[in-house]
Structure formats: C-alpha cells, structure tokens
Design a protein around this ligand. Structure first.
Ligand code: V55
Ligand code: FE
Length: 487
C-alpha cells in the first residue's frame, strides 16, 4: 500500500484547525468590485479528531462551513462546524469514533449503523442553495440545513418525507431556464446497493418527479449534468460490495477492467426510457456542462484514464499512480445503434477534477470553462515535501471551448488555490462577464486568502486576508439576496 502520510498530513498547512471564528471587517488588498453584494459560502473537511487509520481518505473529514459576507465593499468572515450526528457524537466522546471512509463496519459499536449508513455523514462536500435554503451536502447521507446568516445547523432533512433515498448527491443541478432542481441519491437503498433515485424539485422546493433505476454496477456517482431534456450521470471504475465493506476497507476499490458507464435519463421519464452508454476505464469526478445538439447529447468534463484516488486500492494489485485529468468532450448519439460513448480531448493540459462554468449557461452550449490547475512554469518557494501528489495548484484558467484559447491567473509563489466559483457582474451580463472567487492558501504566511479575479481579463481585483488557516475547501457557492434571505 502507498504511504498516505503526505497526502493527508496532520501537521503543516492542512492540519486540522479545530476552531470556529468570526472576523469583523477583514483585511483587504486591492478593491472589492461594487457588484459583489451577497455571500460566498465554502464547505471544508476539518477533522475534529484525527482519523483512526493513517491511510484514511481525507474525504471523511468533518464538515465545516464558512461564509464571506460582502457588504458595500467590505467583508466579514464566519466559520462553523456542521453539527452532524457524527460531529456531536465525537465532541461528546472527546475522541474519534468512526472508521474508514463510508464504511460503518469499521465504526465503534456505540455509533455503528449498518442499516442507515447515511447517519455517519460528515456533510463536508458542497454548500447548495435549494428554494431559498442553504444546505451542507455529502453524497453518503442526507443534507443538513444551515442558517445562512448564523451558520447554525438546523438539522438533516428528507424534504418532508418525499425524499426516499438514504443519500443525496453533493451535486444537484439547477436548470436556469425553468428554475427546477434535479438531484439524485445513489446507494439509495442501502450500503453498496445498485439503486439510484432521481428527483425533480420545483422552484418552491417541492418534489414533482421521482424515477428509480439500477446501475450496471455500484460505483461512485459524484456529479451529474443537465440538458434541456436529460439528466446525464457518469460512473464507473470505483467498485464496492457488501463483502468488500465487511472486510473493513474504505468504501471503494478500483477495478481497471470495468467499463465507464453513462446514464442518459429523459427528464420526467420512466426507468425503461434510460439509455446506457459505455466506454473504456475512466475516472470522471465533476462535469462542466451538457447540452443537446440534434439527436446528440454533449457533455464536457475533466476525464482521467484510470484511478485518481490514492486511497482506493487497485483490486488487481497495481500500485497507485495519479492519472491526469484533461478536459474532454463526450458525445452520446441517441439516434444511432451504438451504445459506445465518443470522446475527444478539448485541452491537452493537466487540470484537476474541479471545473466550473457560468452556471446561467447550464443546459446550453457554453463558451467558457474555469479550472484550477498546476502551472509548472511558475515559481514555487514553499517548503513542501518533494512529492508529486503535493504539486501546488497555483493557477486558474479560463478555457474557451470555441476558439481553443486559454487565459490564466497565477495566485503566487507559495499559494495553493481551491475551486473557482463564477459570479456574474449582473443578472443579464454576457456569458463569462463577471468574477472568479476562490481561496488561495498561503503556505508561508500560514493563512487563507480569498482572491477575486476579473473573469474577463483574468487579473486580480482584490484579496481578502484571513489571519489564520482554513481547512481544505471542497466546493463553494455564491448567494445574492435573491438566492437566500441574507441579513
Ligand atoms: C469527492 C469529495 C468527497 C467525496 C466524494 O471531490 C467525492 C470529490 C469531500 O468528499 O466523499
Ligand atoms: Fe464535487
């Protein structure tokens, strides 16, 4: 097995922070654009107690939500742990009680629940906004509702009993044309089950459609994409089973002989109407966007040709080595006889699995894709162990998928960037006319900074300086007064 101590250090910049904070009127360099009125929320993984196993996935760390509240050119910060059942149990016991990533067999008996593994969710992946409410989500359990102003945890929800899956994706999608939100849960009927339940929510947050279906084999279904008429869910490569879990390992293993698979589900349709497509071994974590082009469904996403998860061991014994992601275009021909996906590389440059667009362009052909990536030509002068898995993600890029152009922003010689979130300059601004917001961790000053980048020129507007480290952020979301009742 690999030495995981470097990907998951309990010392150094990404050590647990274990405190909550309010910062009034943060220090700012540059000038905050006047259009930014609202709140930027981020969800982090921050171990309240160190994991029991040294090779545990950092994906299990306890959920912590932070808010940068923008008012008239100044910013206040707030950060709170999500009061999950998992967090509260650990705080009461004053120690770690939980075992491996998404494997309740490895939990202490006092908290072990094999029938409803969603109870052990750390709610650490995406802050989402659904019908005027804020939730902390993770694909292993139900979402926790969060007060958008105080960041207090209001509790886990099953949407008044209408949500029947034990789990809820970290990546629901809002259709900007209709105001509908599509969301699914996988392993919906229990640990290692092959069941997916997919739902539509109307703009008021009421569930209006459910379809249940089974996948070719249980696999991580982390993200989805939406077209006007379809939901696209990619999967494959990662595998699990009741026997594998009972043996006491992290939830997933990697099987290089398994095909990638893709469900093309007609919105509002029945399980029989789903079209399945297949391809070679792939790792797809996030999607950029999807749309329809005649009888073809098109989806852009970062795609890797093998395992990208250091913690998920290869069932055939291959040692882990990171397979790079490149931005690719996948096409699914609904009119033809073939069930094979077609794939083309859009940008032949290593990126991370994180990718965002101007979300107002979801479901239709977009021009710009935003990524975080490693630019090896830029200087780096922080003292990190010489390990390729720790190459600093130092840059954002704006890819133009129409003319092939690329514009970059470099955050600094000792900075690690987290996912960029696009915020339009105004509700009716052109595609890409706005700002990118994202955290830069300064490894020398040992503090986290929120960078605001002009998304047209890819130059820096401002930086909001926190006087401390933030734990590793997963995803972020921008909210204006129209999205959440901000006070
Ligand atoms: C991801 C993150 C997760 C997880 C599964 O980035 C996939 C992908 C932070 O938790 O549980
Ligand atoms: Fe994600």
């Amino acid at each position: 097995m690999a030495d995981f101590s470097l990907t998951h250090p309990l010392s150094g910049f990404f050590a647990p922070t274990r405190f909550e904070a309010d910062v009034h009127d943060c220090l700012v360099t540059g000038k905050i654009p006047a259009e930014l009125e609202g709140a930027f929320y981020r969800l982090h993984g921050d171990w309240i107690y160190a994991p029991k196993q040294r090779d545990e996935a950092s994906l299990s760390a306890d959920g912590y939500i932070s808010q940068f509240r923008f008012r008239s050119g100044s910013v206040d910060y707030r950060g709170r742990y999500v009061r999950t059942e998992r967090y509260l149990n650990q705080v009461a016991a004053r120690r770690q009680l939980y075992g491996y990533y998404r494997n309740p067999h490895t939990d202490e008996a006092s908290v072990r629940d094999l029938e409803n593994p969603g109870r052990r969710t750390s709610a650490n992946t995406t802050p989402i906004i659904l019908a005027g409410k804020l939730y902390a989500t993770k694909e292993e359990g139900l979402p926790y509702e969060i007060d958008p102003n105080t960041l207090e945890t209001r509790g886990a929800t099953d949407f008044e009993g209408d949500w029947k899956s034990q789990t809820f994706t970290a990546h629901p999608k809002l259709d900007p044309a209709t105001g509908e939100t599509l969301a699914y849960g996988y392993e919906a009927a229990g640990l290692a089950s092959d069941d997916v339940y997919l739902y539509a929510f109307d703009p008021a947050g009421k569930i209006t459609w459910e379809v249940r279906f089974k996948v070719p084999y249980p696999s991580m279904l982390h993200d989805m994409a939406l077209t006007k008429d379809h939901v696209v869910i990619p999967g494959g490569g990662t595998i699990t089973s009741p026997e594998w879990l009972a043996a006491g390992r992290p939830h997933w293993a990697w099987d290089s002989t398994r095909p990638s698979y893709y469900a093309i589900i007609p919105r509002g349709g029945r399980a029989e109407d789903i079209r399945w497509f297949f391809g070679d071994q792939r790792s797809i974590v996030h999607t950029a966007n999807a749309w329809q082009d005649g009888d073809t469904v098109v989806m852009d996403a970062p795609v890797a040709e093998g395992n990208t998860w250091p913690w998920f061991e290869d069932v055939h014994g291959a040692p882990f080595s990171m397979n790079p992601f490149t931005l690719r275009r996948l096409t699914f021909d609904l009119a033809g006889d073939s069930n094979q996906v077609r794939e083309a590389i859009l940008f032949d440059r290593d990126i991370t699995s994180f990718t965002r667009i101007d979300d107002r362009w979801a479901t239709r052909a977009n021009r710009y894709v935003y990524v975080q990536y490693v630019d090896p030509s830029q200087p780096f002068d922080a003292n990190l162990p010489d390990d390729s898995r720790l190459r600093p993600v130092n840059s954002y890029a704006r890819f133009d998928v129409i003319d092939g152009g690329m514009k970059s922003y470099f955050a600094g010689p000792h900075h690690v960037l987290q996912e960029p979130t696009f915020v339009p300059r105004s509700a009716d601004a052109a595609e890409g006319d706005g700002y990118l917001l994202g955290t830069a961790h300064d490894l020398v000053e040992m503090r986290s900074e929120l960078v605001i980048v002009d998304a047209v020129t890819m130059s820096e507007c401002a930086r909001i300086i926190l006087p401390f480290r933030n734990a590793y952020q997963v995803h972020g979301v921008w909210a204006s007064q129209a999205d959440l009742p901000l006070i």
